[in-house]
Write a protein that binds this ligand. Structure first.
Ligand code: GLN
Length: 392
């Protein structure tokens, strides 16, 4: 009999942990959990090590070290066209995942409704549940080899109980990058219904094929009702550092801090020192990593297409969503869960079954998600294994 509190029972164990365990058990190449198999720039590591030697080893301030908040204000001004006050508008969190939880707990009341796009990153739904709020869903659907959502569907889920909408662009897992028109449409609804936008922008610097990232905070009238949430992990290949942040006007930041102080209180100081150094001094990493992912994305896409997957070219982030029917049929399998359970053992490659990211799992059961945030050698090895196991 489970002892787990009822609010968490529906969510089980996160798919990332489950699939990584399966990958390890079968010594499979892990294209499931989205983490790079290489480290970020040395200058960040050196700055963090130096901070430990220099004695930055006691609690950091609740809102984050001033030096990091100042670096984030410069980052935000340069990339998001938004000036912000480091003292009152920036909170450093334990990864973006904590920024999401702190925003839900600090700004949403029990009984409020929160709009989520499905497929969603799995912590969103759990964070809504922790806040005692009710999630409402809008489906991002495949269309013409890409993904989009229907404006009428979105309009229909706004109500007088809606407190917030969680926007994620570039989007995990579909790779959709929202256009200005989509952002303006969402913004108009937020303004009309007096709704907050929680904007998860962790893949902000990873876009392809001329697509560009724009924060919803930069749409007219949105700055005052948006929490911009991001992190160091994806841009600088340091997912394990768990340095994230929430940028919001003072009244919203006060709510976020109200929750953050009792969740984690503060983030490890040395990691914050490393983060500050990277944000200011390692911006050339953005081009380097984008170039690398452009290559791994294209090599993996081509190989998957050759094996009979229908690849939806991601506009951003570092995942490929591929329809697997033709491949699964040959193997006598049906759903994404069947295929992702089969792959590690029989092909030596792990991937994510995206149906777990849907309120309506049937919308995702035809897809499989492969991460391409890996060394080219790793991608090559995965391709060789897939070709051996799956070639028709
Ligand atoms: N964001 C990463 C992904 O989508 C994994 C995050 C995690 O493991 N918690 O794969």
């Amino acid at each position: 009999m489970t002892q787990t509190a009822a609010r968490f029972v529906p969510f089980g164990t996160t798919i990332f942990t489950t699939m990584t365990a399966l990958a390890n058990m079968h010594k499979a190449v892990n294209l499931a959990q989205g983490f790079p198999d290489f480290d970020g720039p040395d200058l960040g590591k050196i700055a963090a090590q130096q901070a430990i030697s220099d004695g930055v080893n006691q609690y950091a301030p609740l809102a984050g070290l001033p030096v990091l908040r100042e670096a984030l204000a410069r980052w935000s001004a340069d990339y998001n066209d938004a000036t912000c006050d480091p003292a009152t508008e920036i909170t450093v969190t334990s990864g973006c995942t904590e920024a999401i939880a702190a925003s839900m707990l600090g700004l949403v009341n029990p009984g409020d409704e929160v709009i989520l796009f499905e497929p969603f990153y799995d912590s969103y739904r759990a964070a809504v549940a922790m806040a005692g709020a009710t999630p409402k869903f809008v489906t991002i659907k495949p269309l013409d080899g890409g993904f989009t959502f229907d404006f009428e569907d979105l309009k229909a889920v706004f109500s007088d109980k809606t407190r917030a909408i969680l926007v994620n662009t570039p989007h995990n897992p579909t790779g959709m990058v929202m256009t200005d028109a989509q952002l303006v449409f969402i913004a108009d609804l937020c303004k009309k219904h007096d709704v907050l936008a929680f904007s998860d922008e962790v893949y902000e610097r990873l876009t392809f094929d001329g697509n560009y990232h724009r924060s919803i905070a930069t749409i007219d009238g949105m700055r005052d009702r948006t929490v911009v949430m991001s992190s160091l992990g994806k841009t600088f290949s340091l997912t394990g550092w768990k340095v994230g942040w929430a940028i919001a006007p003072p009244e919203l930041s006060a709510g976020i801090r109200a929750a953050h102080q009792f969740l984690t209180f503060s983030v490890p100081g040395p990691m914050q020192m490393g983060a500050a150094a990277l944000l200011d001094n390692a911006r050339d990493e953005i081009d380097r990593i984008s170039q690398h992912y452009t290559e791994t994305r294209s090599v993996l896409s081509e190989a998957l297409s050759g094996l009979g997957f229908k690849v939806y070219a991601p506009q951003g982030a570092y995942f490929i969503m591929a329809e697997h029917h033709a491949v699964s049929e040959r193997l006598g399998l049906k759903t994404d869960i069947d295929l992702c359970t089969w792959l590690p053992e029989h092909a030596g490659v792990a991937a994510i079954p995206p149906s777990v990211f849907y309120k309506h799992p049937e919308h995702g059961a035809g897809f499989v998600r492969f991460a391409f945030c890996k060394k080219m050698d790793t991608i090559d090895q995965a391709i060789k294994r897939l070709e051996t196991a799956l070639r028709p």
